[in-house]
Ligand binder design. Structure first.
Ligand code: TYD
Length: 208
């Protein structure tokens, strides 16, 4: 593999993004002889990360609706600048981000602030080589969240609405940025989910 790859995993709360990503690391390292860095957004280490976390955990409840899309976009751009881009600049790396700008389209867009406006804020964010949308039924999502035993966060209670928004946002990206978005069936076992993603990454690594 010549070029490094940037892979994003997206999906509803409880879809199993981080579990699938964790399982993929040793498989990718062994099979493709690469160094894999797993990261996530929002990320406390980058611009505005602590503020975002406080809002998600409902420690901060008073905020202007425009503040969240701005904060997530700033967090992302700093994440790109100081972690993702330097890794991609070296050969032999795969960077996997658990959530990226598709999440902003889903959770930060509104009637007042459409997909176009959210993407404008994210126009300098590095484009992924593939975005996996881990699609699970709401039943599976709620069941998986229930096993996590944490207080419910700001966006966790509206899975059906968010799934619809994901599908709309995916359509929007396919028609505008033409990102490579691959839907993955996440209702089965971790192994089945990971196998679907591995197939795509294998193919990308041959092309790069
Ligand atoms: P978190 O607890 O970090 O993890 P998980 O991805 O496993 O749910 O929750 C992240 C929350 O942040 C999630 O509810 C979606 C939200 N979010 C946004 O609203 N916009 C964004 O741009 C991103 C990256 C996340």
């Amino acid at each position: 593999m010549q070029q490094s790859l940037f892979i994003v995993i997206e999906g509803l709360d409880g879809s199993g993004k981080s579990t699938a990503a964790q399982h993929m690391i040793p498989l990718l390292e062994k099979e493709l002889n690469v160094r894999v860095t797993l990261t996530h957004e929002p990320n406390r280490n980058y611009c505005g990360g602590n503020y975002i976390r406080d809002v998600l955990e409902k420690k901060i409840t008073e905020f202007h609706p425009r503040v969240l899309p701005l904060s997530f976009a700033a967090n992302r751009l700093d994440h790109c600048t100081r972690l993702i881009n330097p890794l991609l600049a070296e050969a032999g790396n795969i960077v996997i981000s658990d959530r990226y700008y598709l999440s902003s389209l889903v959770y930060q867009s509104s009637e007042d602030f459409p997909f176009e406006s959210v993407m404008k804020l994210n126009e300098k964010a590095t484009r992924p080589d593939a975005i996996f949308f881990l699609n699970v039924s709401s039943e599976v999502g709620y069941a998986r969240m229930g096993t996590r035993d944490q207080a419910e966060e700001l966006f966790e209670s509206r899975l059906e609405e968010h799934r619809k928004k994901y599908l709309q946002a995916i359509d929007f990206l396919r028609n505008t940025t033409h990102d490579n978005i691959v839907e993955i069936d996440g209702n089965g076992t971790v192994e089945q989910t990971v196998a679907q993603m591995m197939r795509v990454i294998r193919q990308l690594s041959v092309q790069s």
